[in-house]
Ligand binder design. Sequence first.
Ligand code: ADP
Length: 174
Amino acid sequence: MNPSILDRMKVVQGDITKMEVDAVVNAANTSLLGGGGVDGAIHRAAGPELLAECKTVGGCPTGEARITKGYNLPAKYVIHTVGPVYGGRPQDSTLLASCYQNSLQLAADHKVETIAFPAVSCGVYGYPIEDACRIAVDTTARFLEDHPSIEKVNFVQFSEENRQVYEDYLKQIS
Ligand code: ADP
């Protein structure tokens, strides 16, 4: 992998709501009306205005992404994407890759330079972290090659195990 692309991807362990980036990505559900996990944490930290804006968006199909303001978050924007519920089907990986691709495209369209992703679909939606990590990193790396305006993509992991999976994969492809 081109070292200049690798330098623009970083693994962080922590809470995505604290990230000082231009945009944080939310692992939302199709209603965009809030939920548990990272979605609940982002809505709590952003405040009720986020839900009010989400109500005007009209939902989001699986694999797509929508952008709102970040309100009380340090981030200027929240990019809401809906990952697949893992079922071991061939379309799961295509849909998960689309989440990263579409989120990054919205980011580029809004002149976002720094962005943070959670492990989309890897909580309640049950996607195995090793497979999801490869899809996240490979899709992001391809996007960064064509989009020099995006300076840094942070993959924010809540758990030490998931952080290690990302570190190992980035090392493997370097
Ligand atoms: P999904 O429904 O897409 O599976 P979840 O929110 O259940 O989404 O989980 C996605 C990932 O986000 C999981 O790995 C979970 O541990 C992680 N996560 C939950 N809260 C946070 C947070 N505040 N910051 C970063 N990651 C988080």
